[in-house]
Design a protein around this ligand. Structure first.
Ligand SMILES: [Zn+2]
Length: 335
């Protein structure tokens, strides 16, 4: 019988124990700079294109099940945001979250990407509610190898409370602190040999997480049909897919097939983080379709520097194996 423990294993175990000791530690509370208020609600729903009157029309809200103005639930995270004041994480910070992230930095896990966020809402917030948070470090994972690098997942649980100590919402969000240059497709550490090695096969694109409500979209895409959900009761089109019509509340829906023509409503050019399945820089557009809905998609057959807002585009299809096709958009007339 031989002891296969190496000094490296021992150091790794000690490091993991040091990380695990952060689980359950409290993170400094955040107090919302302002109480829930009509002005911020109005700006938010205008930016989101949400026309539900319960957020802005006192009379309509009074007649609704809420009995008055409420804030959109999805604004939960907005209220305690600290703006630009907390962008710097001091190396000598004493709060648990900064200490944990600094520790990971010091061990080479210096890159970060947010990986997941889930929220629960216990009651709608109303103007005048003043939100504070109580947060803990929920979990720190063992070292994991992921597509973008080797790292540790950190999950934080944030409870949202009013000043009366009523729990109104809860969020869990996760990030991955990873070692740059260790992902699949990363450049090899040693210089490449002179001999021409066959190029590694390109990894497949990440698969979308589909649900009962979204599967039709990807089924249509496999047939190269760009489908838009339509409410059967009031004929309103909607995208992204959802179970229920925002306008009339109906759960009945069918689909229409888009012409695939539209224009670039907005766009970004992604440089980082880089996932091996894609080429960078990669323009991603918010495409306004002729039918009136918008969707997010890659812009292809076009120099990223030439993409402009208002550029007329048409759909084309990216086939990635037998099980996935996704719509992309190219300038009208591009070949
Ligand atoms: Zn409807």
């Amino acid at each position: 019988m031989s002891d296969t423990t190496t000094p490296g294993d021992t150091a790794e175990a000690a490091f993991l124990a040091e990380l695990k000791a952060f689980e359950g530690r409290a993170i400094d509370a955040q107090v919302a700079p302002d109480p829930v208020n009509q002005a911020m609600i109005r700006h938010w729903v205008e930016a989101m294109g949400d026309t539900n009157p319960v957020y802005v029309d006192a009379e309509a809200a009074a007649a609704s099940v809420f009995g008055g103005i409420v804030a959109p639930s999805a604004m939960l995270q907005v209220w305690p945001m600290q703006g630009l004041r907390t962008l710097d994480r001091a190396p000598d910070a004493t709060d648990a979250q900064s200490q944990l992230l600094n520790l990971l930095d010091a061990h080479g896990f210096s890159s970060v990407v947010a990986t997941d966020s889930e929220q629960e809402y216990f009651r709608p917030l109303r103007p005048g509610d003043h939100v504070t948070t109580e947060s803990v470090i929920d979990s720190v994972s063992a070292e994991k190898a992921t597509g973008i690098g080797v790292g540790h997942f950190v999950t934080v649980r944030i409870d949202y409370l009013t000043t009366e100590r009523e729990l109104v919402g809860r969020q869990r969000w996760s990030l991955l602190k990873f070692r740059p240059g260790t992902g699949r497709g990363a450049a090899p550490a040693a210089p490449a040999p002179d001999a021409e090695a066959p190029a590694a096969p390109r990894p497949k694109r990440p698969r979308p997480g589909t649900t009962h409500d979204t599967q039709f979209f990807f089924d249509g895409a496999l047939r190269h049909e760009l489908l838009i959900q339509r409410c059967i009761a009031c004929t309103t089109l909607r995208h992204p897919p959802q179970a229920r019509c925002d306008r009339c509340g109906s759960y009945d829906w069918d689909t229409v097939t888009s012409t695939g023509r539209g224009e670039v409503y907005s766009f970004v050019v992604v440089h980082h983080p880089q996932v091996p399945a894609f080429d960078y820089p990669m323009p991603i557009g918010l495409i306004a379709l002729e039918e009136g809905t918008r969707l997010v998609a890659q812009i292809v057959d076009c120099d990223p520097a030439d993409v402009t807002v208002g550029m007329p585009v048409e759909v084309t299809w990216i086939d990635d194996g037998d099980d996935l096709s996704v719509p992309a958009f190219r300038p009208v007339g591009a070949r």
